[in-house]
Design a protein around this ligand. Structure first.
Ligand SMILES: [Zn+2]
Ligand SMILES: [Zn+2]
Length: 73
């Protein structure tokens, strides 16, 4: 058994509502991949049972960090 992020592995189609306008937010990938200047093994982006993603609103471009809980495979 291995803990994996459901968003990285496309197990669940996780969607969030924008807190600014209520529109749909989409996954922009893991934050460490979005901001390339950060080291890939920076521990802050893989927090225990969580995976840090960046979600962006499709309407107003509001961006938000979201911790995705890893699931057992
Ligand atoms: Zn992930
Ligand atoms: Zn929005």
């Amino acid at each position: 058994m291995e803990k994996v992020c459901p968003v990285c592995n496309e197990i669940n189609d996780i969607r969030y509502k924008c807190r600014e306008c209520g529109s749909e937010m989409i996954d922009k990938g893991r934050k460490q991949e979005y901001f390339n200047d950060y080291s890939a093994d920076d521990p802050i982006y893989d927090i225990g049972d969580y995976c840090l993603h960046l979600f962006k609103c499709t309407k107003c471009d509001f961006m938000e960090d979201t911790l995705i809980r890893k699931v057992m495979m």
